[in-house]
Design a protein around this ligand. Sequence first.
Ligand code: PMP
Length: 361
Amino acid sequence: MTRAYNFSAGPATLPEPVLRQAQAELLDWNGVGASIVEISHRSAEFIAVASRAEADLRKLIGIPEDYAVLFLSGGATTQQALLALNFAAPGQVVDYVVTGHWGKTAIRQVKPYVTVHVAADGEPGGFRDIPPRAGWQLSPDAAYVHITANETIHGVEFRDTPDVGTAPLFADFSSSIASEPLDVSRYGVIYAGAQKNLGPVGVAVVIIRRDLLERSGQPRADIFDYRSHAARDSMLNTPPTWNWYLAGLVFQWMLAEGGVEEFARRNALKSQLVYQAIDGSGGFYRNHVAPAVRSRMNIPFFLPDETLTARFVSESKDAGLLALKGHKAVGGIRASLYNALPVEGAQALVAFMRDFQQRNG
Ligand code: PMP
């Protein structure tokens, strides 16, 4: 069996050693006579798995003690809605900086509950750059300021944490969490669906500065209340145990590989290889994002026409390079280079790109 290089934007490639370990443990986890997904989430065995995953994630990302870490179902989109319910009063102003598709989604999720103020919007510029911080129109009384750290579809990434004054900064890190060192203390809330850098789809990680949990927010059911989830260690109801376990194996793997510093190094190398291939192609391949904010995780690029794009997608698949078709919102090609994609995957893509251009350029 040979595994292809998988450039999927999410659910995305997982580290092979993690898949092998999960496979080996699937029928009988650690001698209990059952799989980890067949036993109670309240069993001592699962609680050990869950706590280790949290401890490993804290170590990996450097999450201070005064932050709660939650493992929740519902994906990143659900968290986008819960932000308003938990941290803003009904109708209160919240500031959103929109740098791509997912920033717009985040706004849609909170519109029923709060007054959304778009503090800066990259859409008039085609989401090719991040509006300069100096031009952001922040509200004096915003409950929070929301950014999307890495825009998975448009390939635009914050390279620095913006200073937003007194309102806490909330960030969607779905497609770049654990891809490089991060100063968590600059943020009020960090959230991420796991299915890109952290593990399988079905669990989201939410990192919350604990004092924010004191905010009354809006009338909401217990199950939508981060405070209740934090008080019960994310076991208010049955958590997604398989996903949590598998994410825990990914955290162990990332720590063993050298942690976020090492992944930052590999991600810089992989993305440089691909951007150099694009920029050095004499215009055959094009990426429109301003170099200073080009994403190291998701690289959208375009060929001269639709016929060549379709041929590129089909021939790359035959060459063992999976899921390079661009998102339907922008078309073209997209290469996602998450932590679990090895450097050899980026090298294979670049070799394919050069060969394809020679044959079709
Ligand atoms: N935010 C970002 C940056 C994403 O890339 C995605 C999914 N691609 C989402 C939010 C939505 O995540 P989910 O499907 O887990 O709700």
